[in-house]
Design a protein around this ligand. Structure first.
Ligand code: LLP
Length: 416
């Protein structure tokens, strides 16, 4: 996935044709900075991988849900993978064709089902028997037929962080693959349900295609059993999950991902393949720009205290994840082993620990890489901190795509 958009020109870090130091001085920090070029290149890698395959790339809105990003990807041809009524609203607001929207998630409410049925989405990815029955009842009240896939749990080990592994049989996601046949038969018999697809998503930040290949085998066996009893599957949704290189990981390409399903697709030439990539589209398309507030040196540790915190980027605290951090002005500095931390009142508030990085002075900027996916999207107002602004660079131009929150924003809706 492309990171070429972020590069040093001389000693200064640039995003495409915009200097990050200038951007930080103009817009303030913490600031998420996305590259149009990287977003497009990452999306186009999927398009290329699928050029000979009837398919839909449903961008997983949860990874980064800013309207400008959704709109940019829609213009490139993306649909949306959504998990809430809020994400449905975003997708529709930027003009995504409802027939390119798939709705995943274990806890859809009746209200969300109504919203999606009225919009006329392509498919509900149903994750349990009670959900399927509520969907049928809801469709019936609206006098509509709900298009559905069952999300099956293929029981494969995605070899990723336990919080983001979903394909284990003990996980809350999907229906056990052994129970799928009976549920599909129940769905086929229901006049308010229309079986259109089969879905699975085994986890996120996968760094090998072998778990996808293992899932493909299980799905293929299920498709054969479904065909034998006359259940007609037209859409095969295999979820998202392709990882990115945070710290030297070797990542398979979208092409290799598609190839993992090659035999299955050859056996069912009429199938339309749906992918739901999130991280691999936006992850490396943004940095979080932060500023050094203080260098704090104790006899035991050296801290770079920044204005970026776990409330802005929670991944290091929550998953112990690694994000590369580089000074925006490289100028031959000594490096030291530091903890890069934020102002929040808990020790879990760090962006890096025991990391050797070039030292910066107060007021200087640092860029946190690989911050585009699950970065702003997971940010919060913890410690009553306004959430960062987001900017989108395109060539030598940039624009603010989400204003920095104000102190007034923090108390909106509250009463004394
Ligand atoms: N489809 C479904 C049903 C999903 O649950 C997810 C992610 C995706 C697609 C997109 O997966 P991706 O292509 O981004 O791997 N907050 C965590 C990641 C959570 C992933 C949740 N589901 C993190 O920061 O690592």
């Amino acid at each position: 996935m492309s990171q070429a958009a972020f590069h040093y020109q001389g000693e200064d870090l640039w995003v495409e044709g915009v200097s990050l130091a200038e951007l930080g001085a103009t817009l303030g920090t913490p600031l998420y900075v996305y590259s149009t070029q990287a977003l497009k290149a990452n999306f186009q890698a999927y398009q290329l991988a699928l050029k000979n395959q009837p398919s839909l790339i449903a961008y997983s809105v949860k990874a980064a849900s800013n309207l400008a990003i959704l709109h940019l990807l829609k213009e490139e041809g993306a649909g949306s993978d959504i998990v809430s009524g809020g994400e449905l609203k975003r997708a529709l607001q930027v003009g995504v064709d409802p027939q390119k929207i798939v709705f995943s998630g274990v806890g859809k409410t009746a209200e969300e089902m109504i919203q999606a049925l009225k919009a006329g989405i392509l498919m509900f990815n149903v994750e349990s028997a009670p959900e399927m029955r509520l969907l049928a009842a809801t469709a019936r009240e609206l006098g509509k037929k709900a298009p559905l896939a069952l999300r099956v749990n293929p029981d494969v080990d995605p070899q990723t962080h336990p919080y983001i592994a979903t394909g284990f049989r003990e996980s809350k996601f999907g229906v056990p693959i052994e129970e799928a046949l009976a549920l599909y038969q129940e769905a086929t018999a229901d006049p308010y349900l229309e079986v259109v697809g089969l879905d699975c998503h085994i986890g996120s930040q996968l760094t090998s295609v072998s778990p996808f290949a293992a899932a493909a085998e299980r799905l293929r066996a299920l498709l054969a059993r479904l065909a034998a009893v006359g259940v007609n599957i037209q859409l095969l949704d295999v979820g998202g999950g392709l990882g990115i290189n945070y710290h030297g990981e070797e990542i398979p390409s979208p092409q290799e991902l598609v190839q993992a399903f090659g035999e299955l697709l050859a056996a069912y030439p009429g199938l339309r393949l749906i992918l739901e990539p999130g991280r691999s589209i936006v992850g490396q398309a943004a940095v979080l720009l932060i500023k050094c507030l203080y260098n704090k040196v104790t006899p035991f540790k050296r801290f770079v205290i920044t204005d970026g915190a776990m409330s802005d980027l929670i991944r290091p605290s929550l998953y112990g994840s690694y994000h590369e951090i580089k000074p925006v002005r490289a100028a031959g500095r000594p490096a030291a082993k530091v903890n890069v931390v934020g102002p929040i009142c808990e020790s879990g508030d760090f962006l890096a620990q025991d990391r050797e990085i070039p030292l910066v002075e107060s007021g200087e900027f640092l860029a946190v890489f690989g911050a585009g996916a699950y970065g702003f999207a997971m940010s919060s107002n913890y410690n009553s901190r306004p959430r960062p602004a987001e900017a989108l660079v395109d060539g030598a131009r940039f624009r603010v795509i989400r204003a920095r929150e104000t102190l007034e924003d923090l108390t909106r809706g509250e009463t004394i």
